[in-house]
Write a protein that binds this ligand. Structure first.
Ligand SMILES: *[C@@H]1O[C@H](CO)[C@@H](O)[C@H](O)[C@H]1NC(C)=O
Ligand SMILES: *[C@@H]1O[C@H](CO)[C@@H](O)[C@H](O)[C@H]1NC(C)=O
Ligand SMILES: *[C@@H]1O[C@H](CO)[C@@H](O)[C@H](O)[C@H]1NC(C)=O
Length: 456
């Protein structure tokens, strides 16, 4: 009796003063994880890593990075963590270039239905239909994790997004800032980094033909076919026909694949290794973003297939370690529904949200891998030039500074900054910048987050 009284007291203390937000943690609390029921019957999974390099100087606060994966429907807890920036790779070997060197890391399976996140009874009405709905769920998650943990509140949070994740990042930025201003969320918002993100689908589809023509993966015929479908997408978007635009986008990817002998959409120097003929159009639409995404990362592994397979890892040893994943939840099991539910928002641009954030003086960093196709540098520069932000003209006229990394003498990229807009051009990288150029990506993220560990 008395004992349980004490236990309740201790739990109440932890609730109020920190400790784990409704979940589990490792004994040394270097990792914690849990579910937040962001809406009734909709459960979002998160996993927090405390950096072993963390320093506690109040004048130089240690940053936290929230990593947002794309897809829609790709798992940050799986892909971002084990294949890109987390402490361990898919063989569970230490990753030397882990971003934990610069910051604490928070991975989420967002939106619900992605990775370990799930909705009860596969209830389709519970999947998010817009980026804004996803941002609201993420804000709820942040409230649950941060409001009860004073130690986390001292660290600025930087949202780093990849691919479709950029559309969540900018809507989340606005939603989180609103919640902070209303006193509902206790969090220091540091800024947003958009890494090869799908901010303006129209600008990307128009970039594909000319880019692939310039690097010889399309000829004039292919480039013309690509351009005419891009024109069709532009008209559909202007008419507010977003689902139709998603269908045409899928058709355009198909045409580019067959005209280029399957260029890899994540790196124009590679073939995708996918056989577009064997897939029906509707399969292609759903699978294109997810399967290709995984296949590209798989192809970079020392031994493709066999050991190191992400799916077996997440549904095997990791599930066992985490303990709290319900038995009937298959990692990634609902992610096709996630894409389908968002198809009316998939092609909607989020340039205005970037403008709103810039006007609110939020630091925005854009980074772009030179060899990416899907979110090409060319398309990224095109949407950037559409910003209404008053610093744009000066920003565009400025010179870039070259980037180097480690002891290497070759140029790794360029950067420039004006006021709260920062841009990094990363050479020798495709869509997955931290995978292709780990050294320069780590330096960059240290600088973006003003990490006390920034200088090595
Ligand atoms: C919350 O705060 C405590 C320190 O008070 C820390 O040890 C713990 O790991 C924090 N993080 C989470 C996600 O609960
Ligand atoms: C690991 O990273 C550190 C610093 O980021 C670097 O100095 C070292 O050479 C790297 N080691 C390997 C084996 O790549
Ligand atoms: C935003 O960027 C500016 C310029 O690089 C920097 O001085 C400032 O500290 C940054 N703010 C945050 C919160 O990172």
């Amino acid at each position: 009796m008395e004992r349980s009284y004490i236990l309740v007291f201790v739990l109440a203390f932890l609730w109020a003063h920190g400790g784990i937000a409704n979940g589990e943690s490792t004994e040394d609390i270097s990792e914690s994880w849990g579910y937040v029921e962001v809406r009734p019957k909709a459960h979002m999974f998160w996993w927090y890593y405390r950096s072993p390099f963390r320093s506690e100087d109040p004048n130089k606060p240690w940053p936290i990075i929230l990593w947002l994966q794309g897809g829609p429907g790709a798992s940050g807890v799986g892909i971002g963590n084990f294949e890109e920036v987390g402490p361990l790779d898919t063989f569970l070997k230490p990753r030397n270039s882990t971003w934990l060197r610069k910051a604490d890391l928070l991975f989420v399976d967002n939106p619900v239905g992605t990775g370990y996140s799930f909705v009860e009874q596969d209830n389709k009405n519970l999947f998010v239909k817009t980026d804004v709905e996803a941002a609201n769920d993420l804000t709820t998650l942040l409230i649950e994790i941060f409001n009860r943990n004073e130690s986390l509140q001292k660290s600025p949070l930087y949202v780093v997004a990849e691919s479709y994740g950029g559309k969540y990042a900018v809507t989340l930025g606005l939603s989180a800032i609103k919640a902070i201003e209303a006193g509902k969320l206790k969090l220091k918002f540091g800024g947003i980094a958009l890494g090869d993100t799908w901010i303006s689908p129209e600008d990307f589809v128009f970039s594909w033909g000319p880019l692939l023509k310039d690097v010889s993966r399309l000829d004039n015929n292919g480039a013309q076919k690509s351009d005419s479908l891009a024109q069709q997408i532009k008209q559909e978007l202007a008419a507010g026909k977003f689902v139709e635009a998603t269908d045409t986008w899928s058709e355009l990817e198909h045409v580019i694949s067959s005209s280029s002998n399957s260029v890899d959409f994540y790196n124009f120097l590679l073939d995708s290794g996918m056989d577009p003929v064997s897939m029906t159009a509707s399969e292609l639409k759903r699978e294109i973003s997810k399967k290709r995404y995984l296949r590209y990362l798989n192809s970079l592994r020392p031994t493709p297939d066999g050991d190191g397979d992400l799916d077996s890892l997440m549904n095997g040893p990791i599930k066992k370690k985490l303990k709290i994943i319900p038995g009937n939840v298959q990692w990634g099991g609902q992610s096709d529904f996630v894409f389908t539910a968002l198809q009316g928002d998939f092609m909607r641009p989020r340039i205005n949200e970037v403008d709103e954030l810039l006007a609110k003086r939020v630091n925005i960093t854009v980074y772009s891998g030179q060899m990416d196709v899907i979110c090409s540098t060319k398309g990224t520069e095109a949407w950037l030039e559409k910003l209404k932000w008053d610093g744009l003209k000066t920003f565009l006229s400025m010179e870039r500074t070259p980037l180097y990394c480690g002891n290497e003498k070759t140029t790794k990229g360029y950067t420039k900054s004006y006021k709260n807009l920062h841009f990094y051009w990363i050479l020798g990288a495709g869509h997955f910048v931290p995978v292709d150029q780990p050294c320069v990506a780590l330096d960059m993220v240290g600088s973006i987050t003003r990490s006390p560990a920034a200088s090595r």
